[in-house]
Design a binder for this molecule. Structure first.
Ligand code: AVI
Length: 329
């Protein structure tokens, strides 16, 4: 098994390989300086996912308020046979941001791909989850790819030519991209999978605002803790002196842009020191931490077409909260 110039390392069980595409990670300081120096302060949502952030995200996914996870899981479970029928035999599934590798398990018995490559930047979690998967499915070749799906993979991925490449991107993470970025990302996937390949992707659909408001303001407070953990992370990793009690979680639906926005709002005028710099916050000023766009099936279909996927089929739930799309040429 080879990835570009890199040989994959075989582990135990014998159907598991790992390949490391990730350079040793640098500091997040520059990104933080850049984001907080803008007129509208912002921080990239990827900074949410340190160990504690990943655990809080897991807790969010288990709440009643956060409908996307259980709704998407129900669609995958209920429609597994139809989805497998669309994808066909001998597929090589590449999951982006595979995390705990849970959702593909809903499809494996019906889909029976030849290869499953899970890509994630969190090395430890990925290797452990891949190893469990390889043990549970001895007939499947499992490849744990430590890497960032944001960086070009086209040159790195060498998979058998007969296999139909299918990128699996569940979880409505596409909604965290700006729409133009989302089209660019889908175009890259199109190049990666080639003419006979496809993409199975979860998309949050437009819906009444009260459902969205609740999902991003869960009564248990996990989303607030997830958002505020970003500041705690900057304190831990960069020695910043954010006073967490002086900021609050603020999430609301922006109807003009069809997106939920998450912010951290300063409760008073204050200065925060990070490394060698200080940043001033007026009372009520915010740091914009995330957008979660939702789409109508038509709008998402058009975006996919613009990216080179003219064919699409969608499966949804009875309330049309969430869509699982199979995109192809
Ligand atoms: C990962 N992503 C799709 C989640 C979302 O819904 O945008 C992250 C999240 N943010 C708040 N709650 C969950």
């Amino acid at each position: 098994m080879k990835f570009g110039a890199r040989a994959a390392l075989q582990l135990e069980p014998r159907n598991l390989w790992t390949v490391d595409l990730e350079p040793a990670s640098g500091s997040i300081l520059q990104e933080v300086y850049e984001g907080l120096s803008q007129a509208r302060k912002q921080l990239p949502p990827k900074l949410f996912y340190d160990r504690r952030g990943a655990a809080l995200f897991g807790a969010i996914c288990g709440t009643q308020a956060y409908y996307p996870t259980r709704t998407e899981n129900a669609i995958l479970r209920r429609r597994a046979v139809e989805i497998a029928g669309e994808i066909g035999a001998d597929s090589a599934v590449i999951e982006f941001g595979a995390g705990q590798i849970e959702k593909i398990r809903l499809l494996l018995p019906s889909l029976r791909p030849t290869i499953y490559a899970a890509l994630d930047i969190s090395r430890e979690q990925l290797v452990q989850a891949s190893s469990r998967l390889a043990q549970d499915y001895p007939w499947l070749a499992v490849i744990a790819v430590i890497g960032d799906y944001g960086s070009p993979l086209e040159a790195q991925l060498t998979l058998p030519a007969y296999a139909r490449r299918v990128v699996f991107f569940p979880g409505s993470t596409i909604g965290n991209f700006e729409p133009e970025q989302a089209v660019g990302f889908l175009q890259r996937v199109r190049t990666l999978v080639g003419d006979k390949g496809g993409m199975l992707i979860g998309v949050d659909l437009e819906k009444p605002v009260r459902i969205l408001d609740l999902a991003y303001n869960d009564p248990e407070g996990y989303t607030a803790a997830f958002n505020l953990n970003l500041l705690a992370r900057l304190n831990r990793e960069l020695g910043a002196d954010f006073e967490l009690a002086a900021f609050e979680h603020h999430a609301f639906y922006n109807a003009d842009r069809s997106r939920i926005e998450m912010h951290l709002r300063s409760l008073r005028a204050q200065r925060v020191r990070i490394g060698s710099r200080a940043f001033a916050f007026a009372a009520g000023a915010t740091i914009h931490t995330e957008n979660s766009y939702n789409y109508t099936p038509q709008a998402f279909g058009e975006m996919a077409r613009a990216a080179g996927f003219p064919g699409s089929r969608m499966w949804t739930d009875p309330d049309h909260l969430f869509g699982v799309f199979f995109l192809h040429s």
